[in-house]
Structure formats: C-alpha cells, structure tokens
Design a protein around this ligand. Structure first.
Ligand code: SAH
Ligand code: SF4
Ligand code: F3S
Length: 478
C-alpha cells in the first residue's frame, strides 16, 4: 500500500493478487488476494509462508487455482461489498473445477463468522486473523468435503516465529508487524472486534526480521501496528495492565524499539504506521530526530477537528491536544512529513463541527490524507449509542470539501520540495518510463529522476527542479 497519494477511499485499498516462489511443490496452486490495510497485506505474507511450507505455489490467474484465498477488510461497508462482488467472479472457477476451494480470511471472516458460510454457498473456509496456523488443517477438512471455520481470536498470537514470504515485493521496502489487535475502542471502528486484543511482539524477533531483510538487500522497513505508540514488551507472559511503574520503565516501549531497529544498520531506513495522537510522546519524536535513518514522516490520523465529535468518537484527545502534538512535531522534527485520516459525516456532526475539521486542516496543511465518509459498522459503540443521522448527500459534500482542501495543501507541500536536494532510496522504475527511476524522500514523497547507472536499493541525492501536484522531479547530484 502506498500512502504517498491523496485518495478518496470509500472502501479499502484495491485488492491485489500476489505471487511467491516456493522451493518444494505439491503441484497445488494458490491464488491469494488481499484487501484493506498494510497489516492485512503483511498477514498475507504469513499465510503465504504457511502454505509454502505445505508445498503450494502461487498463481496470479484465479482461473487456474486449486485454492482461492481472499484476505478481507471490514472497515467500511464499501470494503465488504467489494469482496462480495469479487466472490461472484470465483463462481466460474468452481463451475469448471468442483474441487477448487474458496477461503475467506481476515477481518470480514472474523466479523461474520459462520454467517459467511450460510450467506455465501460458494465459500469453503472462513478463517480469522489469529487462526492462520490452522490453515493446513482447515484445508484438509475442506478437501474432505467439510466446510471449515476457525475464527478464534488469541491474546498471544503474533506469528513471531514465522518468516513471512515477501509478496509482490520490490526487494527494497518491506513491512514488519510489531503489534496485533487494538484496545482503543474508537466508537466508529470495527478493528477491535475483528483483530482482538492488542499484543506486542518480542523485540528480538522484530530485530531478527529487520536484520534478515537487510542481509537480503532490503533497505527500508515499515513497522506496523494499529497504534504503534502503545507497543510495550515486558518479557513473555507479562500483561501490560498488571505492570508496576518500575516494570514499565524496564520494558521496551515504542521509542526504544524504534531506536533498536534504527541501529540494525545506518543504511536501513525505518518508517512506522500508525501513530495515535493520544499516545505519541516526545520521547518518540526525539528518537526520530536523533537517528538519520528514521524517516521524517508521521501518519497521525485526526478523524475530526472538533473536540465534541472526537469525544463521541472516543478518540481520547481534543482538537487542542492534537494541535499541541503537531506543534511538538514541528519543533522537534522541522520539515517532518505529516499525513492523516479524516472521517466526514460522523453521527450528529453539525456544519460548524465540519468547518472545524477544515480549519484544523488549514492550520496543519497535511502532506497527504486518506478521507472517508462515515460508514456505520455493526456492534461498534457508535452503532449502539448514536444515530447515523447525516444524510449521504451531506456526508459526500463534506467529503468533497475536505478532498478539495487537501488537494490544495498537498500541492503546496509538494512545491515546497522544489530547488532542494532530497535523499532518495531508489525503489525501481518510474511508472512512465524505464529511463527514469523512482524512490521516496524521508517525508515519503515520490521523487523521479533519470536512471543513469543507478539501481534499486541505492541511496541518491536528487536536486528537484520540477514537480507535478504530488511528484518531485529532478536529477542526481553527487
Ligand atoms: N488504527 C488507525 C486506523 C485504522 S483504520 C488509527 O487509529 O488511526 C483506518 C482509517 O479508516 C481510520 O483512521 C478511519 O479514518 C477510517 N475508518 C475506520 N472506521 C471507519 C468507519 N466506520 N467509517 C469510515 N471510516 C472509517
Ligand atoms: Fe480502530 Fe481506533 Fe484502534 Fe485505530 S485506534 S484501529 S481507529 S479502534
Ligand atoms: Fe480492514 Fe482489518 Fe485492516 S478491517 S483496515 S483489514 S485491520
């Protein structure tokens, strides 16, 4: 997933079919398609590693697959309808090959559980995000003609010991999950129900993964969690809630983890997502400022610019608190790239409250934003407590206003990059030409420049002299 473009997303990121290479094969072919957030894509790499162990190979053509897995997202209604529509396409495969199996994995599987099997006759397996180790068993059951389901959530599972198979990779950038689940209970959000309780992964396994990636030529890792700032490792078995202040101080928090990963190698860049405004502290910002290889880029979702709406969203901060965090970022990391998520038309949002979102955007001038209309999700606090009372047309109009303003700010931010030298990690060819390479600067903006003799994985200094609204263009300087 790429957070360098401003997108209006009323459902999650496009599904992507992924390919992997396997050492030993059973001749069975897996088609694996992922929807949703980076964490879901990262989970698909765990799924791929489990099936690779069982001798599967992959295909990008679902028509020839023996097993079709869709790793799903439940964040908004649109994300779910997309998967339902996609299932129709898979009917063709079953018509031709009655032995082919269709499995629904991930957040929608967890949300709907056995209902999914009732509603979609086509589906043979329903597997929640904490049950992937059980996939080989479940596949056996399904091969024997029994529909198979495992949606148990775990308080411990982090898949720490599994080495993910890198899917659809550019060989330069990779994701590393550091936490699973979420304990925050934002009132609009389905994630705590689909991903379960928050748990942190052993830092040693994170460092090993980072070292292994570096040794295989990767030069950038993005540490992933729904709220990376609440990462806390106090040794296996110890629960965050029951720790004394002393034990907490002796634990590895996010700032310490970030530093440990940064020290793996100065040529390994480190990014992370998502930061939570209520938990992002100055210690993290000082760690970012201290290490050249921790990218100056923070994804800090605000959701709304109005304190009453934020309270109804159960976000745990006010407009003033958020702006004070922004002030700290600007003070400690001048020139830091900032992106956000915004929801328009949340329950009871008045026109004035919406205007406060626009005014907050004017103050911050985000580099990028993901912008959504509120979509009511079953079982969430908001669904139980508040009426989804903003008409669709109003949600849409407000979204358009947010999008238009963001477009203006993105362009302003991109233009600020003109006539400056940017340190860029090369990721591959530019979309338009094989004579041009593309990479990102520390702030996560895309930079394009003539290829010359440079290649993927190189760091280059690019003097930018042109730009479009979201891409910087220049030439390498020594
Ligand atoms: N953990 C991250 C967000 C993960 S979900 C955080 O706390 O910021 C990604 C984004 O989807 C959210 O930031 C929010 O903007 C959006 N989102 C979540 N639930 C939504 C809903 N019910 N309707 C519309 N947008 C939603
Ligand atoms: Fe959802 Fe809130 Fe957790 Fe983010 S922090 S995943 S929005 S509950
Ligand atoms: Fe979607 Fe689940 Fe991620 S609901 S956004 S795939 S955690």
């Amino acid at each position: 997933m790429n957070i360098s473009e401003n997108k209006v997303i009323d459902e999650s990121i496009q599904g992507q079919a992924l390919v992997m290479e396997t050492p030993k094969t059973t001749g069975k072919k897996l088609f694996l398609e992922s929807y949703g957030c980076q964490m879901n894509f990262s989970d698909s790499e765990i799924v791929a590693s489990i099936l690779m162990e069982k001798g599967y190979t992959t295909t990008t053509n679902f028509e020839e697959a023996d097993v079709i897995f869709v790793n799903t997202c439940a964040i908004r209604e649109g994300a779910e309808s997309k998967v339902r529509n996609r299932l129709n396409d898979f009917k063709r495969v079953k018509a031709r090959n009655p032995n082919a199996l269709v499995g629904v994995l991930g957040c929608m599987a967890e949300r709907l559980k056995a209902q999914f099997l009732e509603q979609e006759k086509l589906v043979d397996l329903v597997v929640g995000p904490d049950a992937y180790r059980d996939l080989p068993n479940l596949l056996e059951q399904a091969e024997d003609g029994h529909r198979a389901i495992n949606v148990l959530l775990s308080k411990e599972e982090t898949y720490a010991d599994l080495t993910p198979v890198r899917l659809g990779t550019n060989g330069v950038t990779a994701f590393i999950s550091i936490t699973r689940g979420c304990d925050n209970m934002c009132s609009f959000c389905v994630v705590p129900f689909t991903r379960g309780r928050e748990r942190s992964r052993d830092p040693e396994s994170i460092l090993n993964e980072a070292r292994d990636l570096f040794s295989r030529g990767y030069r950038e890792v993005t540490l992933l969690g729904q709220n990376v700032d609440s990462y806390l490792w106090s040794g296996g078995g110890l629960k965050k809630e029951s720790l004394t202040e002393e034990q907490k101080a002796a634990s590895v928090n996010f700032s310490k983890l970030l530093e440990m990963v940064a020290l793996v190698n100065p040529d390994l860049r480190v990014r992370f997502s998502t930061s939570h405004p209520k938990d992002m502290n100055d210690e993290v910002l000082y760690t970012m400022a201290k290490h050249e290889n921790i990218c100056n880029n923070i994804h800090l979702p605000v959701q709304s610019g109005n304190s009453k709406v934020l309270q109804m969203m159960n976000r745990g901060y006010t407009r003033e608190w958020y702006l004070s965090r922004m002030e700290a970022i600007r003070r400690i990391i001048p020139g830091c790239g900032i992106s956000t998520d915004i929801i328009t038309g949340f329950c009871g949002e008045t026109e004035e409250e919406h205007q406060e979102t626009l005014s907050l955007m004017e103050i911050v001038q985000y580099d990028f934003a993901y912008m959504f209309m509120y979509s009511e999700r079953p079982k969430t606090l908001a669904e139980r407590k508040y009426a989804d009372d903003i008409p669709e047309a109003v949600k849409k109009r407000r979204l358009q206003e947010v999008v238009d303003l963001q477009r203006k700010h993105s362009s302003v931010r991109t233009h600020e990059g003109l006539n400056k030298v940017h340190r860029v990690l090369v990721e591959g060819y530019s979309k338009k030409s094989e004579d041009m390479l593309m990479g990102r600067n520390s702030q996560n903006s895309v930079v394009v420049f003539p290829k010359e003799n440079y290649k993927k994985g190189d760091y280059v200094n690019v003097l930018v002299d042109k730009c479009t609204s979201s891409t910087l263009i220049g030439t390498v300087v020594k």
